[in-house]
Design a binder for this molecule. Sequence first.
Ligand code: OOG
Length: 262
Amino acid sequence: MKLMQGTEEEIVKYLLDAEKEKREVEKITTKNPDLTFEQAYKIQQKLIEQKEQEGLRRIGVKLGLTSKAKQEMMGVHEAIYGYLMDDMLATEWEPVPYSSFIHPKAEPEIAFFIDEDIKGTSVTEEDILSVTKYVAPAIEIIDSRYLDFKFTLVDVVADNCSSSKFIVGNKWKYPESLNLKEIGVYMSKNSEVATVGTSAAVLGNPAAAVAWAVNKLGETGRGLKKGDIVLSGAITEAISFQAEDTILVDFAELGSVSFSCK
Ligand code: OOG
């Protein structure tokens, strides 16, 4: 489908304004119903370039829809990826202002710290493990710019896969020191269990999800860089939270991570 001149730029501005002004907007496929998956990734790329022009730095990649349950929910068979920027990194010790969100949700994820550039189209789980310095417990806060968090796959890709903030726990482990596909996880909100899951939900093994992302990036000559952080995809469903809430995720032998909102 050919877009009218300037349409991509208009969509980028529409989504970035919604993010800056913390307001929900109608999904972009309402006005552009024929938008393709490829065009959505091009819009995402332009959105990231715009953020870079505004002084932000790309610090890694995130995966979305990596669990079969979430793929079925969306009627898709593939994961999606977006980018992490330096202003998305929040810390455990400082409450995250609720005013920085529209309607946030928290998801437990395993973070990978990449220690060597890696690129290709036939990258394996083992390749990923060999370039990963550490894995760490993480929470991703997603905050779709779309009304009521409702969108199609094309919409969410253009919106940088709902990325907003993330928190990484302060205990890192060597990936070979644990069985990455058997990490039991529970997430609590204000000390009450909100959801439970296991790391196998992420494409059988979170390292396989990271390999998928590298191969996907490889199709357009891109890859991961030394120093990148990769969020490998939600292990459970996302849980909504409000100001004053505290979310904690326990990842068994990988440790725990938490944040509060103010
Ligand atoms: C899309 C992003 C979900 C994940 O890990 O599945 C995501 C959404 O807003 O549901 O980050």
